[in-house]
Design a protein around this ligand. Structure first.
Ligand SMILES: Cc1cc2nc3c(=O)[nH]c(=O)nc-3n(C[C@H](O)[C@H](O)[C@H](O)COP(=O)(O)OP(=O)(O)OC[C@H]3O[C@@H](n4cnc5c(N)ncnc54)[C@H](O)[C@@H]3O)c2cc1C
Length: 500
């Protein structure tokens, strides 16, 4: 089957009508989809990228903040504290990778000590559980590599680190299991309106008549809102740069380490990732181009010198990559969540900058409650809470591996040697409810290609598996999305052998 035929088949399932359309398949859209799937309603989520969670959800610090930063009474404070609790509660059913290892704000001066007292007070007003200030000795016994001039720390045990893509995907999979339709490569391009009330959306794949739209379009939420007739806010991208370190230095820090915060950000931090690496960053720079994902030399210097204030002996030789994330900062600075005052049927989930990842389940819960109330939705009997277990071969003991291979021999073929990923896992990732369609989609779902050789060995084998499982020719398989083809021509070598 050709890529065109697949596309046509996919669009045959096109829903001409829905109760709710969610625009944007980042962590916020996915959380909204999951909570809405608990109701009796036709729900469609449209995402312009080839895969879910490719916007700001893809590149951030991955921290489930405890919730002491935002001013009491703000939407950010409310959503962060509730979101943190929901991440603890939802994990056993959704099975995303998260580690609640706690966070520490480090004070080194008299001014810093005053800031810690202020954050403690804010945290208590916001309802953050078990937050406390600990003395120098306790700080250093937790974090022996920390700068010796530390005076005290604000300890928040409910904070954690998460794999943002995995969390978004787990929520989207749960939504699809419960009836939500997800369309990737599907860009919302306009609205159908009846006297300033939404009655449908226009997309590059067709129109959908609907009663309500949830705007979870991240950096483009102002544009989407304007198309519907609500120009009450604008979004500025705020760049944050990072350096990621190899797992060999993964024991450098044990919890998320912050300096005291600045006016625009939580400062440059040093933190473990959920997969056992360490990262430093981000800085915070307002820019104009919403697509500018370039790292800068001054940015790198800024985050290295910032991180050295926490960990003086930074093992720079173990740095493996740099990356950038763009915060969608709304005019007004707080999250914009709730019904539009200007357009009927439009519910905003906009300006979701940090702590948007930590807040996402709470935002999803809130917008779904607003939609349910507006449309008079009732709960669905038979809602399936649990995502199925998906075994990760690398984490199994030898008896479990033998049992798995006996059930499905594909688990006995290791495709990615660096990360020990089997063919069985790759096939499962392709056929899951929101399945991988690209080489990078397989990488993000299974870790195949994330190791030292960065896919040099397993990449071609993953292409072959994708082509076989999707029934596509090899040259229809792309790395990420449009413009990332891996094969350009067929070459005939001496002897008549043909190669892509
Ligand atoms: C440097 C940095 C560090 C951060 N660190 C943290 C942290 O540690 N903890 C934390 O809680 N938060 C953090 N955040 C914030 C967090 O990453 C975001 O709040 C969160 O990812 C926002 O998710 P979203 O779903 O709203 O946006 P996105 O992930 O950007 O999703 C929006 C989606 O909408 C799609 N879209 C846009 N327009 C259209 C259209 N017309 N049609 C169809 N689809 C469309 C986009 O393609 C995109 O996929 C950080 C952010 C940055 C940049």
């Amino acid at each position: 089957m050709t890529a065109d035929n697949r596309e046509k088949l996919a669009v045959q399932d096109w829903p001409g009508r829905a109760d709710v359309v969610i625009v944007g398949g980042g962590i916020v859209g996915c959380a909204a989809a999951m909570f809405l799937s608990r109701y009796k309603a036709t729900v469609v989520m449209v995402e312009q990228a080839t895969d879910l969670a490719m916007g700001t959800t893809k590149a951030n610090s991955g921290i489930i903040h405890a919730g002491f930063d935002a001013p009491p009474g703000s939407m950010k404070a409310r959503m962060n504290v509730r979101g943190n609790r929901l991440y603890h509660e939802l994990q056993p059913a959704l099975k995303y990778e998260v580690n609640f290892l706690g966070s520490l704000v480090v004070a080194k001066s008299d001014d810093d000590l005053k800031t810690l007292e202020g954050l403690l007070d804010r945290g208590r007003q916001n309802g953050v559980p078990d937050i406390t200030i600990i003395d120098r000795e306790r700080v250093l016994s937790r974090e022996p590599n920390l700068s010796r001039d530390v005076r005290a720390g604000l300890w928040a045990p409910t904070a954690g680190v998460i794999w943002p893509f995995g969390a978004a995907l787990a929520m989207a999979e749960n939504a699809v299991r419960n009836g939500v339709k997800v369309f990737t490569g599907c860009r919302l391009e306009g609205f159908m309106l009846d006297r300033r009330k939404i009655c449908g959306v226009r997309t590059n794949k067709g129109d959908i008549a609907c009663k309500l739209v949830i705007n979870a379009a991240g950096r483009w939420a102002d544009e989407v809102s304007r198309w519907a007739g609500d120009d009450s806010f604008s979004i500025t991208p705020r760049r944050g740069e990072y350096i990621l370190f190899d797992k060999s230095v993964g024991s450098l820090v044990n919890s998320v380490l912050f300096p005291t915060p600045t006016k625009v950000s939580k400062g440059i931090l040093v933190s473990p990732t959920v997969h056992g690496n360490i990262f430093i960053g981000p800085n915070a720079e307002n820019i104009t181009d919403k697509d500018d994902l370039s790292t800068t030399a001054p940015g790198m210097e800024e985050i290295i010198s910032g991180a050295r204030k926490l960990i003086p002996d930074l093992p720079l030789a173990a740095a493996i990559t740099q990356f950038v994330g763009l915060r969608p900062v709304a005019s007004g600075d707080d999250f914009i969540i709730g019904p539009s005052a200007l357009v009927g049927g439009l519910v905003q989930a906009a300006g979701i900058q940090s702590p948007g990842l930590a807040s996402a389940p709470a935002i999803g819960e809130l917008v779904s409650e607003i939609a349910a109330e507006r449309l008079g939705l009732v709960r669905k009997p038979g809602y399936v809470e649990e995502n199925p277990d998906r075994p990760a071969f690398a984490e199994l003991d030898s008896r479990q591996r033998q049992e798995l291979i006996a059930r499905n021999p594909l688990y006995g073929r290791i495709i990615c040697r660096c990360e020990t990923v089997s063919e069985g896992e790759i096939v499962a990732a392709i056929h899951s409810p929101v399945g991988a369609r690209t080489v990078d989609g397989v990488k993000r779902r299974t870790r195949a290609g994330m190791g030292r050789c960065q896919g040099g060995f397993c990449g071609p084998r993953v292409v072959g598996i994708l082509a076989r499982e999707l029934g596509l020719p090899l040259d229809a398989i792309v790395k990420e999305g449009p413009g990332s083809q891996l094969f350009f021509a067929r070459q005939t070598l001496r002897g008549g052998e043909s190669h892509e």
